[in-house]
Design a protein around this ligand. Structure first.
Ligand SMILES: [Fe+2]
Length: 321
């Protein structure tokens, strides 16, 4: 599964940046699972994996996608969670190996999904093994992973902002929550990066718009997040979780913002496995964004799905030059 990835180009070496987005790879559950580790909500997840999910999330599908992604040489790769299934320590270790195959931590940024936090404490335990892949540019000021998000990476014209909506929920639920403290920190971060004239990309596992997923899987404080984004602005929101593609929008102080979800990178169940590529180029009046979807098509061959051009007018972009 692991493969060496050619070091991507430095985004600062050109005017724009190429950002790839994939989500929900749900890497194969392999090896023994200790009984004591699954005497909880994980038991249903384990049954689900053996009864159906192992047939949906296929490593060979994911391998084809990643091989295609390598050929695009993106500057940055954003992974919006659900690398695991039960949030087991062994899955975190396997996912770390997979991330290393995907690329150097400087060029790959991951955030947690609900499966990483399937039971209380799972994400707290697992986060350390992925830290180089989720932490921001600045050293962490806390050892409490719940206080660590949002994180920020500045890359050329981009401000890549990683958030955590991963929380443990009761049986039958897969909802998420950012919490007031994280939302307050996010507001400050969006304000700061706006004043720097950066193209702000928000990474979140759960879709922020109502109705994208059923209520038991939704973002509990989605209304608060939307209100915050409307007040502070953002240029692009990327999410996963639904295992389907979405292209929606949100109106903010700065104008319309694309809110875009990708299907699972390893499954052909709901729709073809896919990832998105964003070519983000500064213009005189903001940014031009070309979104290209690469998906697994007939005959197991990768093909281009949609290719759309988005214009993101932003007066504050002028601050960047
Ligand atoms: Fe999810």
């Amino acid at each position: 599964m692991a493969m060496a990835m050619q070091a991507p180009k430095d985004p600062k070496s050109r005017a724009g940046a190429m950002l790839a987005h994939l989500s929900d790879p749900h890497l194969p559950l392999s090896g023994g699972v200790p009984l004591r580790a699954v005497l909880n909500k994980r038991l249903l997840g384990l049954l689900s994996w053996h009864l159906k999910r192992h047939r949906r999330h296929r490593p060979e599908t994911l391998t084809r996608l990643i091989a295609d992604l390598r050929c695009q040489s993106p500057d940055l790769i954003a992974v919006t969670g659900d690398l695991t299934n039960l949030g087991l320590d062994s899955e975190y270790r396997a996912a770390r190996t997979w991330l290393e195959g995907l690329g150097d931590p400087r060029h790959v940024m991951v955030i947690p999904g609900n499966h990483e936090a399937l039971i209380d404490g799972a994400w707290d335990r697992g986060a350390a093994s992925w830290q180089p892949y989720w932490q921001g540019d600045e050293a962490l000021r806390t050892t409490d992973v719940a206080q660590a998000f949002p994180v920020l990476r500045r890359r050329g014209p981009l401000a890549l902002i990683g958030t955590s909506s991963a929380i443990a929920t009761p049986l039958g639920f897969a909802s998420g929550e950012m919490g007031k403290a994280q939302l307050d920190r996010l507001a400050a971060l969006l304000r700061r990066t706006r004043s720097e004239g950066l193209f702000r990309v928000l990474m979140i596992h759960h879709p922020p718009l109502d109705g994208t997923v059923v209520a038991r899987k939704h973002l509990r404080d989605g209304a608060a997040l939307r209100a915050l984004l409307q007040t502070e602005g953002v240029e692009l929101v990327l999410h996963g979780h639904s295992h389907r593609s979405h292209q929606q929008s949100l109106t903010t102080r700065d104008g319309s913002v694309p809110v875009i979800g990708v299907p699972s990178a390893s499954s052909m169940h709901h729709e073809a496995a896919a990832y998105n590529l964003y070519n983000i180029v500064p213009t005189d009046t903001g940014w031009s964004v070309t979104l290209t979807t690469r998906r697994l098509g007939e005959g197991q061959k990768m093909e281009t799905g949609r290719c759309v051009s988005l214009t993101i007018p932003r007066p504050h972009a002028a601050c960047a030059s």
